[in-house]
Design a binder for this molecule. Structure first.
Ligand code: TMP
Length: 254
């Protein structure tokens, strides 16, 4: 086993130095946290499933012209990605009221929003990811107005595309969180989609029953958490061949 340099460890993923300059290996853990680390647990097989689900969605988005950091999946828990300079803003796109929006504005969960709403949060565990406005983002230099324009238009395209993709498999895309990075090519800079797209950072409800098939099952102690992630992968047609028994995957190389 090769020893690779660990670049960064987050709550659900580890980033290692990649095989070539400008690349990283993104390793998906089974660890789950919620409410900024106050609730912790393990969702067996989550890393394997999120690796596949995120691969699938990033490839589909690449096909419609959305630039992403994704290069290729390496194994059960790892994917090769381009090294980007992460912009410290989490973009949340909402189609239906849920989660913090219901609390902030007293809107009942499940209310269809008059139009898709994009929110910005400053990515800081210490501060608990506070919600911010464009003014904060540009004044503090986290992103420039053109960066924000790119992020906003990419997010809306991603929302349109993923809403349709998930509806096709009987799932309502309630809301989701995206992160973007800057990819430098000599003097040229492009904003690309980074991080992951998976039931960890999307809310997905069954269109017929409204059953939650995402991390809210863990956040709200609803049970059948593993099954929910498996069901999303199954509907996308990408459940690993060995089935649920095959989800443990190789241990992280240290
Ligand atoms: P919220 O309703 O808790 O603000 O979450 C909105 C969406 O963003 C939901 O799909 C979950 C996702 N999300 C993350 O991926 N990471 C986070 O830290 C938070 C707070 C939300």
């Amino acid at each position: 086993m090769t020893r690779r340099r660990r670049i960064y460890e987050g709550k659900a993923k580890v980033l290692f130095e990649g095989p070539e300059p400008g690349t990283l290996v993104q390793y998906f853990k089974d660890d789950a946290t919620a409410f900024n680390n106050q609730k912790r647990g393990t969702i067996t097989g989550k890393g394997v499933l999120n690796n596949r689900i995120s691969e699938y969605l990033m490839v589909r988005l690449g096909e419609i012209g959305v630039p992403t950091h994704f290069v290729r999946r390496l194994n059960m828990r790892e994917q090769l990605v381009r090294e980007v300079e992460i912009i410290p803003i989490e973009l949340v796109v909402r189609n239906v009221a849920a989660g913090s929006l219901t609390k902030r504005f007293g809107i009942p969960e499940g209310t269809a929003l008059p139009r898709s709403i994009v929110e910005y949060y400053y990515k800081s565990d210490e501060l608990g990811d506070p919600m911010v406005s464009e003014e904060h983002i540009t004044a503090f230099g986290w992103a420039t107005p053109p960066d924000l324009d790119d992020m906003m238009s990419l997010s809306l395209r991603i929302n349109d595309y993923l809403t349709g993709l998930f509806l096709g498999i009987g799932l309502r895309l309630v809301d989701f969180k995206l992160e973007f990075g800057r990819l430098w090519d000599n003097e040229d800079m492009r904003i690309v989609l980074a991080d992951e797209i998976s039931p960890d950072n999307c809310r997905l409800w069954d269109v017929k029953t409204n059953e939650k098939l995402d991390k809210d099952r863990f956040r709200q102690d609803l049970g059948k958490v593993e099954e929910a992630y498996q069901e999303v992968a199954r509907r996308l047609g990408i459940l690993p061949e060995g089935g649920p028994g095959d989800l443990k995957g190789p241990k992280v190389m240290q």
